[in-house]
Design a protein around this ligand. Structure first.
Ligand code: MGD
Ligand code: MGD
Ligand code: SF4
Ligand code: MO
Length: 757
């Protein structure tokens, strides 16, 4: 179709929605198709940076396996797997309504659960329209990828600052010392630190005479470019950090900083970290005591230091404690809320409110039915989902909604997750593929693809190292609805209403938002007439209209005319390369929303948790089992981009990395097969002997294990790999956040003679 002699029809700019980096894309369209995707050099934030995934939005758009019409289960094949048929949208919603009514009448609302996957936070329509659906459903069984990811960050923030949403990010562009624990941003492109071109920003730190230190069991690409790599035994960062805090406190009186004047609990801190000497830490961390002393001295001595922990520090047994300790290091060194340290972004959709007394953070308002784990941020641990479905009793889950999630590959004990989703009596999935998870659905509702919907990073501009706003309209029209419309219709169905007009939900969302703004002191539209404001709202789609309200009443908004030159959707539409709202600025005490208005280091159960850690150190000191960790690849995105040949082709990446010392002991050879066994499962996988991983540690990526019967992802099936979550133990959780232990899993590894055996 595309003829290179033809000039391009148009060039459009939009933000890549695939990861947290929010890169600007320049997309050339010819004959109604994508001709080329490049980095947008004029993007105010990414300045042309692009990773290999950004340009594959073309292939994703054109992927013949991507679902174009709703699927409804019509029967079961000879292999026991469901058979699906394409139906119209109206027919699909009718089946949803019928299944929902049936389940509700037989088992009640508490029998319905929801799992929200990672792409929800990269999706404007989901960001604006999931909430009304969850409310309409009245279901308390909410699960998401957060409890296999960053939940410890929310909980630590909740206790410290009063809100799970107040998350400090490393001020990369101004720091002199960047310390990264458990993150590989050269591959992941950064997480809870939105910074397109992370590698260049790291180089800039070094070029201005600063240093980068990486603490990771693996000598990752990031570690390899750092000035110092400390290889740490997985799961033990809390011990290392407690020792660092102890050293910092022992080094002399704390600086009299603005932030420390707001902090309570320093005396208790001194006492609680007392047991954690560098010598003790060295016995379990695999890092020498002298290196820990030097690390503390370097952090304490740096003019501006930013300590950043991510996945390898959150998906471990002491994830919340580790995250808390990272902030404690920032606080006691005077680096929290200061340029070059760890700072709080102010996004364009943040609410503006006059100072008022806050409330202390709470978890455990309800618990999971079977395992009794506390609710955190309104969610239950994803690891509890199989039990909630499979264990009989009052409140047993009988119907599931999954939205942009693939728990069968992404969550612990996949074998049982698979069994559980096969066991529910009804399931609805909002997803673009028929994959390992959605094959269990009765109805799959496939939204428009990334190029066919509007985009704005509601989540990531709140985690960004500069304050930025950038809106992208759809590149192509589509006869598939985006998530806002799908969730609006599901909301109406859940309310038992006629679902033909999703605008009813859009209007209600806009009206509710405006109603809350006009009565909120401090809001730029405080005291205004909500009807007058509603008439001024612009936007073609439901989520656009909600965004317009959020931006106009937000921190940089036009206040519906009150603030000249303020932001609005219209303004953003006129600025396709985005709006740079400046470097991060100090935000304390204004941001603190605890009841006391102060930061109490021990508002959460961190004292007892430190005692529990001290006890675990005893177990760990004598534990020389192999520990499994995960890793990511630049040309991959969790479980769902493996159907794009351009990304997956080449040698298998789903290999077990084993250090040569361990390989020799175990008789494993490069490219041979190994059997990996944990408490809950086993896999057979190709071995990659490499000293990238430290001795005693093996590494296997997640998101593989494709080619399951009943799925429709032809390319992924050819590059199937094995599912690392067959090995993760669902009972292994960070108790403070309900987050699964996905790193530091004890495993046995032995030679296997045949693939798959
Ligand atoms: N062992 C181990 N397990 C892990 C991890 C690990 O490091 N190790 N990482 C964890 C982390 S950090 C995360 S975030 C989770 C991810 O866990 P999940 O969110 O459950 O899984 P994903 O692989 O992101 O799957 C995304 C799903 O969304 C669908 N999708 C993609 N784009 C869209 C869209 O635009 N709209 C809709 N409606 N659907 C879409 C895809 O087809 C796929 O089904 O995995 C976790 N699991
Ligand atoms: N290319 C690509 N980019 C992605 C994704 C992807 O799948 N592919 N996924 C996206 C998602 S959903 C997320 S959440 C982010 C995650 O982004 P990151 O947080 O950067 O996650 P990873 O790249 O998995 O890096 C985690 C690192 O932790 C190390 N580690 C494991 N255990 C420990 C430990 O106990 N202590 C320490 N100090 N380190 C440990 C691992 O060796 C690994 O190098 O990436 C996002 N970006
Ligand atoms: S780094 Fe992330 S946002 Fe940037 S192009 Fe790659 S996938 Fe897209
Ligand atoms: Mo994630």
């Amino acid at each position: 179709m595309s003829n290179s002699a033809n000039p391009v029809d148009r060039v459009v700019f939009r933000t890549c929605p695939l990861c947290e980096a929010t890169c600007g894309l320049q997309i050339e369209v010819r004959d109604g198709a994508v001709a080329r995707i490049r980095g947008d050099r004029d993007d105010v934030f990414s300045h042309g940076f692009l990773c290999p995934k950004g340009s594959t939005l073309k292939q994703l758009h054109e992927d013949p396996d991507r679902l174009r019409r709703p699927l409804v289960r019509t029967g079961v094949g000879s292999d026991g797997e469901p058979i699906f048929g394409e139906v119209s949208w109206d027919e699909a919603y009718a089946v949803v309504a019928e299944r929902l009514a049936d389940i509700r009448s037989r088992y009640g609302n508490e029998s319905i659960g929801v799992y929200l996957g990672n792409p929800n936070v990269h999706n404007l329509g989901a960001g604006t329209h999931n909430r009304p659906f969850l409310k309409a459903l009245g279901a308390r069984s909410m699960f998401s990828a957060s409890t296999v990811d960053q939940m410890p960050r929310h909980v630590a923030s909740g206790y410290l600052y009063g809100s799970g949403g107040s998350m400090p990010v490393p001020d990369l562009d101004r720091t002199d010392l960047l310390v990264i624990l458990g993150s590989n941003p050269l591959v992941s492109n950064g997480s809870i630190c939105t910074a397109p071109g992370f590698g260049d920003r790291m180089k800039a730190i070094q070029a201005r005479g600063g240093r980068v230190i990486v603490i990771d069991p693996s000598r990752t690409a990031t570690a390899a470019t750092a000035d110092l790599h400390l290889a740490i035994r997985p799961g033990t960062d809390a011990v290392l950090l407690a020792a660092v805090v102890r050293l910092l406190l022992a080094a002399g009186p704390l600086p009299e900083t603005r932030v420390l004047a707001l902090v309570d609990g320093v005396a208790e801190l001194r006492e609680s970290v007392e047991p954690f000497t560098p010598e003790l830490a060295a016995t379990v961390c695999g890092v020498e005591a002298a290196s820990i002393v030097a690390l503390a001295a370097e952090i304490g001595g740096a003019t501006r230091a930013a300590v950043h922990g991510r996945l390898g520090t959150t998906t471990v047994e002491f994830g919340t404690l580790t995250t808390w300790l990272i902030d404690v290091v920032s606080i006691v060194t005077g680096n929290l809320d200061e340029p070059g340290g760890a700072m709080f972004p102010r996004s364009a959709t943040e609410r503006v409110r006059a100072a008022r007394p806050g409330r202390d953070y709470q978890v455990g308002r309800w618990t999971s039915r079977v395992n009794g784990n506390p609710e955190v941020q309104g969610e239950l641990p994803a690891a509890d989902l199989p039990d909630e479905i499979l264990v009989p009793g009052d409140g047993q889950l009988r119907m599931m909604f999954t939205v942009a999630g693939n728990p069968v590959l992404s969550c612990p004990d996949s074998r049982r997750m698979d069994e559980a989703l096969a066991d529910v009596e009804a399931m609805v999935s909002v997803d673009i593929y028929l994959n390992e998870t959605t094959r269990h659905a009765d109805v799959i509702l496939p939204p428009a693809d990334a190029l066919e919907k509007s985009h704005y990073d509601l989540a990531f501009y709140g985690l960004s190292i500069r304050n930025v706003a950038n809106y992208s309209p759809p590149v192509f029209a589509s006869d598939q609805p985006a998530e806002d419309e799908i969730m609006a219709r599901l909301t109406l169905l859940a309310l038992g209403m006629d679902a033909t007009d999703p605008k009813v939900v859009d209007d209600q969302l806009v009206d509710q938002l405006l109603a809350s703004e006009v009565i909120a002191p401090g809001s730029p539209v405080f005291g205004r007439d909500p009807e007058e404001l509603a008439a001024m709202v612009t936007g073609e789609r439901g989520s656009d209209r909600v965004l317009d309200v959020l931006v106009r009443t937000g921190a940089y908004g036009d206040g519906f005319g009150a603030v000249p030159d303020g932001l609005s959707l219209e303004w953003l539409l006129a600025h396709p390369h985005g709006c740079d709202l400046g470097a991060l600025e100090p935000r304390l005490p204004e941001l603190i929303s605890t009841a006391s208005g102060r930061i109490n280091l021990f508002a959460g159960p961190f004292g007892p948790e430190l005692e529990r850690l001290a006890l675990r150190v005893g177990d760990w000191a004598n534990d020389d089992r192999l520990l499994l960790v995960g890793r990511r690849h630049l040309r991959s995105n969790n479980s769902w981009m493996h159907n794009l040949e351009v990304l997956v082709r080449g040698r298998s990446r789903c290999t077990l990395q084993v250090n040569p010392v361990d390989a020799a002991k175990l008789g494993l050879v490069n490219a041979g097969q190994a059997r990996v066994r944990s408490e809950v499962g086993e896999v057979a996988v190709e071995v990659e002997v490499t000293d990238v991983v430290m001795p005693g540690v093996v590494s296997l990526p997640h998101g593989w294990g494709h080619g399951v019967a009943g799925t429709k992802m032809a390319v992924a099936a050819r590059y199937a790999g094995v599912n690392s979550n067959l090995l993760t133990d669902p009972s292994a959780l960070d108790p403070l956040s309900g987050t699964s232990v996905l790193n530091a899993i004890p495993v046995e590894v032995e030679l296997a003679h045949e693939p798959g055996r």
